[in-house]
Design a binder for this molecule. Sequence first.
Ligand code: UD1
Length: 419
Amino acid sequence: MSYLVINGGKPLEGEVSVHGSKNAVLPILAATLLNRGINVIHNCPRLKDVEISLEILRHLGCTVTRDGDTVTVCSKNACGDHIPVELMRRMRSSIVFMGAILARMQSAVMSMPGGCEIGLRPIDLHLKAFRTLGVDVVEEQGEIRCRMQKIIPQTIQLELPSVGATENIMLLSCVADGVTVINNAAREPEIIDLQNYLNAIGACVTGAGTDTVKIRGVSRLHDGEHTIIPDRIVASTYLACAMTTGGTVTLNRVIPAHISAMIATLRECGAHIFLGRQSVTIRAPHTALPVRTIRTAPYPGFPTDAQSILLSVLAVSRGTSIIKENIFEGRFRHAFELNRMGADIEVEGRLAVVRGVRRLYGCPVMACDLRSGAALVAAGLGAHGTTTVGNVHYIDRGYEQLERELRTLGADIERVESL
Ligand code: UD1
């Protein structure tokens, strides 16, 4: 068990580069199963969830090597169709392997991913789409068993623009005889990255980034190379840390358009933000202003993942803000921890009323999930005194050595390993 010790109150100053996107790389790693060949993936972050995905690929018979930020996966000899329960438990997003395993092996067996820290997270839309495409799905004793001869390409109407379901359908239908269309598809940048990777290995996917994605099945795929997009939530986290500390920070290797909802909100809070082609500079105000109601929504709306982190910014502000969480019901659990630091946040269901206070005070707090962990770090950096953030393993799922990067910006933050 390790925790982070933060001596708050130092404005962050300097430049930091944003690592590759966790949510983009996970489905792309699953997709490496499809081409029965060699996949070279650049800008692959060193994250817990990535390591688990690589472990799953090895378990399925792939050869995986890493050289710095480049991961090479050879899926020529992949043979398994089963993800053991221990690996499923360690990463909920392993569900995105289902479409890829099925496409490659015509069968897939895995345990139900179950609920997680931020809410129920059902997978009914994934399974319904699979069934529509001709997959025989049996759910039994916590296990899902899928089997098919070959998929029957057709139009899928998603009830919600689910990111994971969109990705799973794309993965399942690349190698097929006909055209699969996803209506009401998720429009997140990670879907575009998956499309770009799939096309790099010979697939024929169009429309990613709009609400209609078309997958024209091909008979085979080939070797390919791809560079993962920068992580927009990590970028939003650094912007939030600049805000809570009243600092001036430049983010490099970022795609400004991907974080436009966060940028617009922080400008409303009084930040001066300057956009380059692949960089963003933020000059935070002395004290943040409150914002009009923020409602989380699918992309390009305000991202639920950044909402957790924004809560720490609004906790210390000159008025009252309201946040409505529309995606995951459990995304306010850290409000209680922020209140322990002196914040005044009232949560009722999916609504949080944030009454800004003058300052927060450091104390021991516990991360309850990945983004709440990042939010507590942002709060601790701006707080008076010492904050210790426990459950750092959550943060390691999505941030590559967060404390090291923050130290380069002048933060007083250390990781302490405890027994
Ligand atoms: C992905 C991201 C996560 C982000 C989320 C929303 C990854 C690894 N994770 O999660 O960081 O917060 O998108 O942007 O990319 N739903 C159903 N049934 C389903 C699937 C989803 O009801 O079968 C609901 C969910 O409960 C949620 C909403 O749809 O309310 C969106 O979920 P979804 O887009 O699927 O999120 P994930 O892919 O799990």
